[in-house]
Ligand binder design. Structure first.
Ligand SMILES: [Zn+2]
Length: 308
């Protein structure tokens, strides 16, 4: 080509180049979509260059270990299979941005995955049509999540720290069993929210009062640790205390409380956290009950207008 460019005569026949075999070409494939059991590769490996792999309706009962070697994967769609458990090693796919597990038999999402490299890469997670009752509190460490689908599960609560998902824009959890929303739900800033068909309860008129007077040593020290952001971990204090601190309640005043608080429910218009809101019921409502916590009687009295 260089000779031709210079205007020289080219005598060398181009056909001396060896044609690429189909199998070699396969190795550079970046996308593969399989939607039936009969097309699922059993004898040969997936091309290592794959960035997008879909294997739906293949009757998979577990994640194929060969998929976990595909280090370039950005998008993995395993929807419509019978997968019961996710291997922790799925968190080693360091470029994985989109994971679709809709319509499988998963009952939980493991803490190990919440601590994996998915924290930095995962943008979209679809976990619809399963039997998931709750997500671990560590789930909110998947901070790059932008799109989260949890429709048609058996969720009885959202993770209490859901407000930490600061990049979340699309959230749908239609047809679950949510009785109310956690107080941190107020911190979300969404473009789209669908909570249709949940079993939202009417806000309770009377608050639950669990105030201690005076505060126990545990309560005071927990409040101090959290207020001053003192680092803690199971290497310093018992593991169950770490869990308690991880799930501490936040008062409307911004302070933390562990076991001494007043809990009230109020209604919240979902438009205050999302631009587009799907109606929560057939009556056309966009309001849902949300829990509020108060660290002291003073905070409760000051905010009591909110609870009316
Ligand atoms: Zn307070």
């Amino acid at each position: 080509m260089r000779l031709a460019h210079r205007g020289c005569n080219v005598d060398t026949p181009v056909s001396t180049l060896t044609p690429v075999k189909t199998s070699e070409f396969e190795n550079f494939k970046t996308k593969m979509v399989i939607t039936s059991k009969k097309d699922y590769p059993l004898s040969k490996n997936f091309p290592y260059s794959l960035e997008h792999l879909q294997t739906s309706y293949c009757g998979l009962v577990r994640v194929d270990m060969r998929m976990l070697c595909l280090k370039s994967l950005r998008k993995l769609d395993l929807s419509h299979n019978h997968i019961k458990k996710l291997p922790a090693t799925i968190g080693d796919l360091i470029h994985l941005q989109e994971l679709n597990l809709n319509d499988n038999h998963l009952e939980s999402f493991s803490v190990a995955l919440c601590h994996s490299t998915l924290q930095k890469s995962l943008r979209s997670l679809e976990l619809s049509k399963k039997k998931i009752k709750a997500l671990p509190v560590q789930f909110c460490q998947l901070q790059e999540l932008k799109n989260l689908k949890l429709d048609d599960n058996e969720l009885i609560r959202f993770p209490c720290k859901i407000g930490q998902l600061i990049n979340l824009r699309f959230l749908s959890a239609a047809r679950n069993k949510l009785p109310f929303l956690p107080s941190e739900f107020r911190n979300l800033s969404l473009e789209y929210l669908d909570l249709f068909g949940n079993t939202f309860e009417q806000p309770k008129v009377l608050p639950v009062i669990k105030l201690q007077a005076p505060l126990t040593l545990l309560e005071s020290s927990a409040r101090t640790i959290l207020h001053n952001r003192i680092p803690y971990g199971s290497h310093i204090i018992p593991f169950h205390l770490c869990q308690d601190l991880d799930t501490a309640k936040i008062c409307v005043c911004g302070r933390f409380c562990l076991n001494s608080f007043i809990q009230g429910t109020t209604t919240m218009n979902l438009h205050s956290v999302a631009h587009t809101v799907v109606l929560v019921d057939n009556l056309g409502g966009t309001e849902a009950p949300i829990i509020s916590y108060f660290c002291s009687l003073g905070c409760y009295v000051n905010s009591s207008d909110m609870l009316k």
